[in-house]
Design a protein around this ligand. Sequence first.
Ligand SMILES: CC(C)(COP(=O)(O)OP(=O)(O)OC[C@H]1O[C@@H](n2cnc3c(N)ncnc32)[C@H](O)[C@@H]1OP(=O)(O)O)[C@@H](O)C(=O)NCCC(=O)NCCS
Length: 198
Amino acid sequence: MPETKIRPATLDDLPALSGLFELLMRGQMAYDRLAEIFPEADFEKLVRGFLSAGNNKILLALRGESAIGFIRLNIYSGTGIKRLQSPSRNTLLERLGPRRVARKILGSLLARLEPPLAPPSIFKPQRTGYIADLFVEEQNRKAGAGSELVRQALNWFGENQIELVYLQVLSENRAGVEFWQKQGFSGYRMLMRKKLPG
Ligand SMILES: CC(C)(COP(=O)(O)OP(=O)(O)OC[C@H]1O[C@@H](n2cnc3c(N)ncnc32)[C@H](O)[C@@H]1OP(=O)(O)O)[C@@H](O)C(=O)NCCC(=O)NCCS
């Protein structure tokens, strides 16, 4: 089997990356019976957003020329996701058009109202890294690609002075939970829910 190479993903990787992202999301449905994907879901559009928003770091795993997996990372600082590269206002306007830019600004204001990871201001701030997604194609699993993606992600967080790294895994994804435990992560909080009849 050829060795795994890891490199940052770019917009040129959009088709391959969208395919992997779709496999990840559809695979996760097995562990969340309440979630449903829109039949017309546009994975390419979603992943293009990740690649161009400037606040996601995506590392791609390749075997030979083929993309076989990826990891998506964010850094949180203060009340929201930190911008890693700043697309200029004009580029944003050109790319998205005025209505979507307005929606984006409103979205980021709303996100500030209840940041997902920021504790109340009485707590000392921690420089926080977040692993948003990790995926390796089924036929390429158990050969070290997942742990290599994680190793390089943690190095990148370290270079960015991150003290604490978070991630979420669905409780029914036992293999995923075991994988993360092997990488040194441990559970510290339980997200609970209840479905109402209405
Ligand atoms: C989780 C995932 C990324 C692992 O990728 P991978 O390339 O198979 O991982 P590795 O080969 O680097 O395995 C690393 C270690 O985890 C263990 N591991 C991997 N998959 C496992 C599984 N299904 N069950 C138990 N342990 C597993 C390996 O045995 C290995 O242990 P070792 O170091 O003691 O040999 C991959 O299975 C995947 O994409 N799953 C679907 C998506 C997902 O669940 N993502 C993570 C949860 S958010």
